[in-house]
Design a protein around this ligand. Structure first.
Ligand code: PMP
Length: 364
């Protein structure tokens, strides 16, 4: 079998090996239905049990109360850029505040502008999206139907360490690249969502956690698939659910609970992994330049530059020779991006750290 590399992809991204092994073992036939997860009905008993277990795991990991509905949807996070304003803007107060700390927030705000008045409550573009705002800088207000932010900007590697204030409007969060990296106080959120393919599972399913009272905002005039209410009423079976992806989410959340010991332990490990790389950046005498301001650094996506594009290219190539892949930065930012989600093992980060130190000694 091909040796697995340390895969630093931003998404779809690394999954826990025990999860992949279990998928491999069970792929031909699940115990019970004696058919593959790929072959059974989304309405069958065995699948409904799998989806219920995935939901129960998410509720346990994040202490999500019954006041919230969990939906398993398709269409990726991009569809949420539209579904959020389509459902939450309501009939009259069609104003939403967007805190824009990077590329994904910018694109979500642009999409929301098709459905209502978007007010940019803070915009980091003039500073090249290097930081999150202080609470006092955010101009969000109660007249907005909701206040939207991206907890971790995957491309720039800029992460909020705590929720920004919604100032009495409903807080909505795109947590696509950091949901489940630590515990959250869900009661602060009206709605929080994440596509699975970074920290939670494979591409194909998006998890939406929405406070029940907000479901009443979904107009009956919405196209069926676009309505949170329709999905909630059908228990995420409005249409054929992405069965395989939900099955893997169940296994990943089992792994977090049973093998990693929950999100507090996971968070401590994530911090340790990220600190290891940021320390090399800070001690490199300027050879490595981190993109994010020190207090806004992402624990999930470590984004940095080298002195030239040639050196960045050499870095990526030599890292691949050392069994580390997918380190090239996003095309809009350049440089290097090391994505170190929950499932990236400590050994992968240690290998990258040692490589960074050697590369600088050689080329710095
Ligand atoms: N938001 C964030 C923070 C992301 O990282 C991504 C994917 N990179 C998206 C939204 C878009 O997700 P999708 O491709 O699932 O639509």
């Amino acid at each position: 079998m091909t040796q697995r590399a340390f895969n630093f992809s931003a998404g779809p991204a690394v999954l826990p090996v025990p999860v992949l092994e279990r998928v491999q073992r069970e792929l031909l036939a699940l115990p019970g239905p004696r058919a593959s997860i790929l072959e059974i009905s989304h309405r069958s008993g065995p699948f409904l049990k799998i989806m219920a277990a995935a939901e129960a795991n998410l509720r346990q990991l994040l202490s999500i109360s019954d006041s919230y509905t969990i939906l398993f949807l398709q269409g990726g996070s991009r569809l949420q850029f539209s579904m959020v304003p389509m459902n939450l803007l309501g009939e009259t107060d069609r104003i939403a505040d967007y805190v824009v700390t990077g590329s994904w927030g910018r694109q979500a705000a642009k999409e929301a502008g098709k459905f209502g008045d978007v007010r940019v409550a803070w915009d980091g573009s003039s500073e090249n999206y290097v930081r999150t705002p202080a609470n006092s800088e955010i101009d969000a207000g109660p007249s907005a139907a909701y206040t939207y932010f991206v907890s971790n900007e995957t491309i720039e590697g800029v992460q909020f360490s705590a929720e920004p204030p919604a100032n009495n409007s409903t807080l909505v969060c795109d947590a696509s690249s950091d949901l489940l990296h630590k515990r959250l106080d869900i009661s602060r959120y009206g709605l929080i969502y994440a596509c699975a393919q970074k920290n939670i599972g494979p591409a194909g399913v998006t998890i939406v956690v929405v406070r029940n009272d907000l479901l009443e905002r979904s107009s009956d005039a919405l196209p069926g698939y676009m309505s949170y209410k329709a999905h909630a009423e059908q228990g995420s079976l409005f249409n054929t659910a992405p069965t395989f992806a939900i099955y893997v989410v169940r296994l990943v959340t089992d792994w977090l609970l049973n093998e990693m010991g929950g999100l507090e332990t996971m968070h401590a490990l994530n911090r340790q992994k990220a600190d290891m790389l940021y320390e090399v950046i800070d001690e490199s005498g300027g050879f490595y330049q981190g993109h994010a301001a020190a207090d806004c650094r992402s624990l999930m996506n470590v984004v940095f530059r080298l002195p030239s594009d040639e050196l960045s290219a050499a870095f990526v190539n030599e890292a691949a020779d050392g069994n580390m892949t997918a380190l090239a930065g996003h095309r809009s930012v350049g440089g290097i991006r090391a994505s170190i989600y929950n499932a990236m093992p400590m050994a992968g980060v240690e290998t990258l750290r040692d490589f960074m130190i050697k590369f600088r000694e050689k080329r710095g």
